[in-house]
Write a protein that binds this ligand. Structure first.
Ligand code: 5GP
Length: 193
């Protein structure tokens, strides 16, 4: 993949239930030059999720083939047996369109991508106000089983330790305030060379 200083990217690391989808959508409404980087993953789609828009939902076999072909900028087994990854071709596709990709990925993937694009990446860690609030949001969303909810809450706890790796941290306790902060940070980044 060719890398160029004008090829910026934005990495948002956010646990499940932190409000990242809303924040990401808000960013894309504000800045039309941004575009969501669609990851590949091996978990099944949730009700309402669209293949090719939320994720490319692929089989474990296809994912392994992608790893063997060196198709991924980064990939992780984010949850037990569930793989998620950012394809090189997806970033290149967006850059070719003149867009700046937004990656919504887990902290390990984020640190991995930061190392590969140290000059061009904006990195923001989005934090839920508290673990209890996160659990409540996930429960209210009603998309998770007991097991997958517990897995997401545990992961969010682990991820807190990584916040210091990021250029910015935003605590999403009030959506409007968090969105305004994020928009300010991104505006500054877009104005840099
Ligand atoms: P879910 O969509 O299953 O609730 O949660 C997905 C988790 O995996 C989130 O923390 C999300 O940021 C992360 N994730 C999504 N896509 C990728 C990816 O391409 N790479 C990595 N490393 N993590 C991802």
């Amino acid at each position: 993949m060719s890398s160029h200083t004008s090829q910026k990217l934005i990495i948002l690391a956010a646990p499940s239930g932190s409000g990242k989808t809303t924040l990401t959508n808000r960013l894309m409404q504000t800045f039309p030059q941004l575009a969501f980087s669609v990851s590949a993953c091996t978990r099944p789609p949730r009700a309402g999720e669209v293949d090719g828009k939320d994720y490319h939902f692929i089989s474990l076999e296809a994912f392994r083939e992608g790893i063997a072909n060196d198709d991924f900028v980064e990939w992780e087994m984010v949850y037990q047996g569930k793989y998620y990854g950012t394809r090189k071709s997806e970033l290149q596709r967006l850059w070719d369109l003149g867009k700046i990709p937004i990656l919504d990925i887990d902290v390990k993937g984020a640190v991995n991508v930061m190392r590969q694009f140290p000059e061009n990446a904006l990195t923001v860690f989005i934090q839920a106000p508290s673990i209890d609030a996160l659990r409540e949001r996930l429960q209210n969303r009603g998309t998770e089983t007991e097991e997958s909810l517990a897995e997401r809450v545990n992961k969010a706890e682990e991820e807190l330790d990584y916040a210091s790796h990021f250029q910015h941290t935003i605590v999403n306790d009030h959506l409007e305030e968090a969105a305004a902060k994020l928009i300010g940070i991104v505006r500054d980044f877009l104005q840099e060379n």
